[in-house]
Design a binder for this molecule. Sequence first.
Ligand code: ADP
Ligand code: ZN
Length: 527
Amino acid sequence: LFSPSPKPGGDALGVLRDVFGYDSFRGQQADIINHVVAGGDALVLMPTGGGKSLCYQIPALVRDGVTVVVSPLIALMRDQVTALRQLGVRAAFLNSSLGLNEAREVERAMVAGDLDLVYVAPERLVTERFLGLLERTTLALFALDEAHCVSQWGHDFRPEYLQLSVLHERHPLVPRIALTATADAQTRAEIAAKLQLEQARVFLSSFDRPNITYRVVPKKSERQQFLEFLRENHPEDAGIIYCMSRAKVEDVAQWLNGQGREALPYHAGLPAEVREANQDLFIKSEGIVMVATVAFGMGIDKPNVRFVAHLDPPKSLEAYYQETGRAGRDGLPANAWMTYGMADVVALRQMLEQSEAADTHRRVERGKLEALLGFCETSRCRRQVLLNYFGEAMPEPCGNCDTCLDPVETWDASVAAQMALAAVYRTGQRYGAGHLIDVLRGNATEKVVTMGHDRIKTFGVGKDRTKQEWQSIYRQLVAAGFLTVDMEGYGGFRLTDSGLPVIKGQQPVQLRRDHVVEKRRSVRDSL
Ligand code: ADP
Ligand code: ZN
């Protein structure tokens, strides 16, 4: 099965050209590859479609020995190994889809050095059997793909990833490269800490996906709105629709088929064969719409997905970025479209508050949800808000999102912003929106009275606005960067440097009108 033909060897650029057939490296690929080939550890943060795979595949062919790639996705392993073999690279995978004999043959080839790359599922890698095999193998590199799976806050958490530090403990001299398309500072720090990669060089690429047009529309009639979007922009294209529940996935898929668009459902409640068949069809055919829960998508390599639509908002901006990132991997124009309404917000909040999670966890989740809502409600360039969330500065509005293309109606919120920030400041920069809104609206709750916040100047100055309006104002102030949420502490707001001129009344603030108005109406409707 595995011919003992030698590695192509030679230099990285030669391998890129001779084996992969590309002319030149992209972005930071060359730096990353040189660093790893020289034996350094690397933490690579690169957006989906950025070209992460070559960052370990080329070192695997240049360095002596076998590269072990840890990947959580069986479908992805299979696709990558098939593609590599077609290029003449000696690659194989080990996961639960292999029979015993096949697995033994791969293990034998690995120990014999007849393979350049072995893809392994994390649960198999951490077995004593496999670790024993590694002791007898000449190792070139460990590649830890989808490294954000180590993060307990993210929705892709894989407990086995926590055990991957064993690789470094047992093989301290083998370089490691961890890769992910999740870029927020918190996940990054968690990856470094949990995988013992504090000393690794960090390669942070820009997370901008300039070919994706972002749009978020207030929900009126989601199906009608979506249908208009679809007919106008994507009458024949492949795309993905994300929904929150399995039942809704089934419903929407059926409805779309009734509208004359071929649509397939995908969620964790479907039998594995159905899921696999639907996924294969989606990837191989043109023009199919996949209606799915978050269970769909990680590792799906279909370059010409032209749109990603959210009929329900995702849980966080990380999730939004990941999910919308599946559109336009070929670099051609693509759409990220979302409808969002008050009922969704209420549902997400309830899910959060009712979850069994520990308080600290819930606090982090709450902060993430607020950031997402701030993004939905912003009157600023969406790309600026999104990249800013990932710690990337973008000086100019992008010109390729709804708020840039059709500026929204705003109102002069300078005074309201001043009040909102003053409430934060005068209560010691420690509290979240709930308490601050009580103070602003003059609710003498037990907490307000105990803290003496009924005696500060801000108490009651915001009576004339509803709780929902103030919530929207706070979210927009966070999205605009005037406030930050203290995620390490208790999730309270703190003023930023750019918030200071606002509180002093030196800088006017414009906030968007439509959502505030819509909120009032929907809240009344829901009563
Ligand atoms: P990621 O894993 O970061 O999502 P991939 O490794 O799947 O991205 O790469 C995305 C696409 O870009 C693939 O089709 C890959 O072959 C292509 N690609 C990567 N690097 C280069 C390069 N240097 N030149 C041309 N194409 C590249
Ligand atoms: Zn923009």
